[in-house]
Design a binder for this molecule. Structure first.
Ligand code: M6R
Length: 369
């Protein structure tokens, strides 16, 4: 069943272009209009939504963090993303105009299920984004948008994450379309870029050998830090989570702007720091800020591993290792920027002799609170 791969994780990483394409299939028509009829929440109801709350755990939570940026930008509806395990214990403010989005690969995660039950008791509508047909979370939701990643066997989530992102972008763009926000024109061009993203994921997969080599050279390190800004921040957190669960290494993802508020004290000679650099086009102020962050940490001895768009030459002088990803709009960049981090963690785990598909102490679906 591993189709010749050593691990399910490697197979699932390789399946990502198809998973992404399958999740888009039939949901965008030739004119670039989104049709999500399967989301059985009427457009009239979606127009009345005044708040969106995303609940999820682990990797799905990181997809939800990225979704917040996309949803607020394209729909102008206030959106918050919360760990499902924290949500219901703080008496959240919910009503009939709140749309709760529950993201779960398995559809059986107890923390997420309890959060959505609580939301429905308060009158909120719940939309599930799920990879498993007929599982409990979609059954108990008002509507469901399935990700079409196919079965994910490895405990570490990879292709499910990318398809969760695609589903989140579809929801954000669909809400923008239904409500007609001022970003109407941008929505058309983003839909086109999203339709091409599977090819870009494939391109990234074809250039991963230097990342694997780098990972092997770091096998005796204790700590790796990850930095990002904007949507690159949850990507950094996802890179760190993968490394923790697979390589059993101390790894942390920070918002790069927070460095000076504490974490920069951790930087010491030869500490590997992975930095996710946003596109220099568009919101270029973000890009310039992160280039200064790279300079700051490098001046203090960090070994910088820089993930940056093709053609971005400004980072070259400060990168000890440079990983190139295709140019995408910043909001979509997580779809390509996450892939090298998955490969990096998988290879480090292998180099450290760990069981890649079944990391210690973890289960594929966490059905206890
Ligand atoms: O099945 P779910 O998407 O609800 O699972 C949520 C988390 O348990 C899951 O993403 C976990 O963090 C993964 N092992 C991360 O790779």
């Amino acid at each position: 069943e591993k189709d010749g791969y050593d691990y399910f994780m490697l197979k699932e990483i390789a399946e990502q272009p198809k998973a992404v394409a399958d999740t888009l299939l039939g949901r965008i028509d030739a004119s670039g209009t989104l049709s999500l009829d399967e989301v059985r929440i009427p457009a009239s109801v979606l127009r009345e939504v005044n708040k969106i709350v995303i609940v999820a755990c682990g990797t799905a939570f990181h997809a939800g963090m990225i979704a917040k940026y996309a949803i607020e930008h394209w729909t102008r509806i206030p959106c918050e993303t919360e760990l499902a395990s924290e949500f219901r214990y703080r008496d959240p403010i919910l009503d009939e105009r709140t749309l709760v989005v529950a993201i779960s690969q398995s559809g059986e995660t107890m923390d997420t299920l309890m959060a959505l039950r609580h939301a429905r008791e308060q009158g909120a509508r719940v939309l599930a984004i799920c990879n498993t047909n007929g599982s409990t979370i979609p059954r108990e939701s008002d509507a469901v948008l399935y990700t079409h990643a196919g079965p994910e066997v490895a405990v570490a989530s990879t292709k499910a994450f990318l398809t969760q992102l695609v589903a989140c972008y579809l929801v954000a763009l669909y809400l923008g379309q239904v409500r007609g926000t001022k970003w109407g024109d941008e929505i058309g061009s983003v839909v086109r870029e999203l339709s091409e993203i599977a090819v870009q994921v494939e391109q990234v997969l074809g250039t991963m050998e230097p990342v694997r080599e780098l990972a092997r050279s770091l096998a005796d390190k204790n700590t790796v830090l990850f930095l990002g800004r904007h949507v690159g921040y949850p990507v950094a957190m996802e890179g760190a989570l993968k490394l923790k669960e697979l390589a059993y290494m101390h790894a942390e993802g920070f918002a790069a702007g927070e460095l000076k508020h504490g974490p920069i004290a951790l930087i010491e000679q030869d500490l590997p720091v992975v930095v996710v650099v946003p596109s220099p086009r568009g919101r270029s102020v973000l890009h310039d800020k992160i280039v200064s962050n790279i300079q700051e940490i490098r001046a203090r001895g960090a070994r910088t591993i820089v993930i940056a768009e093709e053609g971005d030459e400004t980072v070259v002088p400060y990168a000890d290792h440079l990983v190139r990803i295709p140019a995408t709009p910043t909001l979509l960049q997580p779809l390509v920027a996450t892939v090298p981090l998955q490969v990096f963690a998988c290879e480090l785990a292998t180099a450290r002799g760990n069981e890649v598909d079944q990391p210690r102490n973890l289960a594929k679906s966490v059905t206890v609170e």
